[in-house]
Design a protein around this ligand. Structure first.
Ligand SMILES: [Ca+2]
Ligand SMILES: [Ca+2]
Ligand SMILES: [Ca+2]
Length: 144
């Protein structure tokens, strides 16, 4: 699969909005795998590498924001800048409510980005403004 296809695939799940994209990819593939414990890590690596566009081994804030925006665009099928529960597909309503800051039942781009950037800062344990693969996978594990 090409890098572009992988990115698109990673973006096609509700987890792309609620979690880190690595989380989305690992979860969306887990059901298809014989050994999700091993291959889950490999898939997290794929998602991490897709987000790390300059390939320096760190997903910085700009790279993370780009990845999050691509995830949003992939889910917003009618391109109105909002995600409805139907566009998200199967998801946890409690997670939806956490992102839906004004409680109007749709997720706007700013609502999603605010939520995602909070997740970024929470995952950045050493506070250096970038996520290492270890920080990213730690955050994926703690959110499960
Ligand atoms: Ca980078
Ligand atoms: Ca929409
Ligand atoms: Ca809203």
């Amino acid at each position: 699969m090409s890098r572009k296809n992988l990115r698109a695939y990673a973006c096609m799940t509700a987890a792309a909005v609620f979690g880190l994209s690595a989380h989305a990819y690992a979860q969306s593939k887990a059901g298809d795998l014989d050994d999700p414990m091993n291959l889950g890590v490999a898939y997290e690596h794929v998602a991490f590498d897709a987000a790390d566009s300059n390939g320096d081994g760190i997903v910085d804030e700009a790279e993370f924001a780009r990845d999050a925006a691509a995830g949003f665009a992939g889910l917003d099928r009618n391109h109105d800048g909002k995600l409805t529960p139907a566009e998200l597909g199967p998801h946890d309503p409690k997670q939806f409510a956490r992102v839906d800051a004004n409680g109007d039942g749709v997720l706007t781009f700013p609502e999603v980005m605010t939520f995602k950037m909070k997740a970024f800062r929470a995952a950045d344990k050493n506070g250096d403004g970038g996520l290492s693969f270890e920080e990213m996978s730690e955050s994926v594990r703690s959110s499960q």
